[in-house]
Design a protein around this ligand. Structure first.
Ligand code: AGP
Length: 367
């Protein structure tokens, strides 16, 4: 066929490795270095429409929902518009209030996920404006939306989504920039983020080049019956996505938690048999995150820490996985890449069918 796994042992691996290229594709022609903004013609919204947005509500399922949470944080941070993400599968069942000055954003790789499609229809029936972040051109969700941003990730075959999610994050960054620059985001900050986005594909490549160092860590995680993924604020949706990927293909129980919430309950589960993958970027929460790592280490919980070069772990016994630094707002995507590789190599070690995990379909088109 025109698209196959070629020399790769699975589509998932091929799709992970394609990310430096596919990430470029979603950014291409959309960044404006001069004015530190993005141009998203497909949104079909002029500056006045963008300025009229008072709230952003993101709708997606599974990993698209988790990336939606990353997107909501970006929009709130850069554009200072209240934003949140919700599981599209729940949305229509709670008779949601649809507001005319809210921008609804549907996120989907396939564009065919029934729960997301029905959420879009609910928004539009009640008079709301819904734009789409969709990979498959001409898909049902793309057609149902008022406009949108195509993800240009190319065909994604593996059930466990990787390159499409990366491009969802990048599309949210573009949207946040454009919303920000017609509001309060300064030109200096806009330019800083445009430059950061331009650096990202190369940095994704750097993370992928470190794959060999992750294999043994992944194998040790695969041996555990149960594990935690923890992060705070920007890092929490990353933890949710990391746990999701691990569950889908390794069939291990992986639970995501806010690092700050550990002491309010789940710390009781930590022991030498329960590893934790902790996201500890260099940011305003680093010291607090390290405090939580001490709590885990004191209970002999094995630790894998995804972090930046210059973060010192204060003598804690942990496997370090280092990702390059970019602008802090863009950290989530570089933190996500090693988690894809950890899930991949764990599943590989366990001998699972990586592209077609049990009980799951690539897109869920019936309720
Ligand atoms: C991702 O690894 C999952 N297989 C799944 O959660 C997926 O993201 C979800 O079903 C949404 O699919 P979509 O992006 O095609 O709408």
């Amino acid at each position: 066929s025109a698209y196959d796994a070629g020399e790769h042992e699975s589509y998932m691996r091929k799709e992970i490795l394609e990310q430096p290229t596919t990430a470029q594709a979603v950014l291409r022609g959309r960044l404006d270095e001069r004015f530190g903004t993005a141009h998203l013609g497909g949104l079909d919204m002029d500056a006045r429409d963008l300025r009229a947005v008072r709230r952003v509500k993101i709708l997606g399922c599974g990993s698209a929902y988790y990336v939606g949470q990353m997107g909501a944080a970006l929009i709130e941070e850069l554009a200072r518009i209240p934003a949140d993400a919700e599981a599209a599968s729940e949305f229509r069942y709670r008779n949601p209030v649809i507001e005319p000055d809210t921008l609804y954003v549907a996120v989907s790789q396939s564009g065919e996920t029934i729960d997301t499609l029905l959420a879009v229809q609910e928004v539009r029936r009640k008079g709301g404006r819904c734009v789409g972040l969709v990979n498959v051109v001409g898909s049902a969700i793309a057609r149902e939306c008022d406009g949108g941003i195509y993800l240009h990730a190319g065909p994604e075959v593996a059930v466990a989504s990787t390159k499409a999610l990366t491009n969802m994050f990048l599309a949210f960054a573009l949207l946040a920039l454009q919303l920000g620059r017609v509001r309060d985001l300064s030109i200096a900050d806009g330019k800083r983020l445009v430059a950061g986005l331009e650096r990202l594909p190369g940095q994704i490549e750097e993370v992928l080049a470190g794959e060999a160092d992750l294999v043994e860590v992944a194998h040790s995680l695969a041996e555990a019956e149960s594990l935690f993924f923890i992060g705070r604020v920007r890092g929490f949706p990353v933890a949710r996505e990391g746990a999701q990927k691990f569950k889908e293909i390794s069939y291990r129980h992986a639970e995501a938690y806010q690092t700050s919430e550990l002491k309010h309950g789940p710390l009781a589960l930590i022991d030498p048999a329960v590893p934790t993958v902790a996201l500890v970027p260099q940011d305003e929460l680093t010291e607090r995150n390290i405090g939580a790592l001490h709590e885990i280490a004191a209970r002999s919980g094995p630790l894998v820490v995804v972090t930046h070069e210059d973060v010192g772990l204060g003598g804690i016994d942990a496997r370090r996985v280092v990702v390059p630094r970019n602008e802090p707002e863009l950290d989530p995507i570089l933190l996500t890449i090693p988690l894809q590789l950890l899930a991949y190599h764990a599943a590989q070690h366990l001998g699972h069918d990586i592209d077609k995990p049990r009980n799951l379909a690539k897109s869920v088109t019936v309720e």
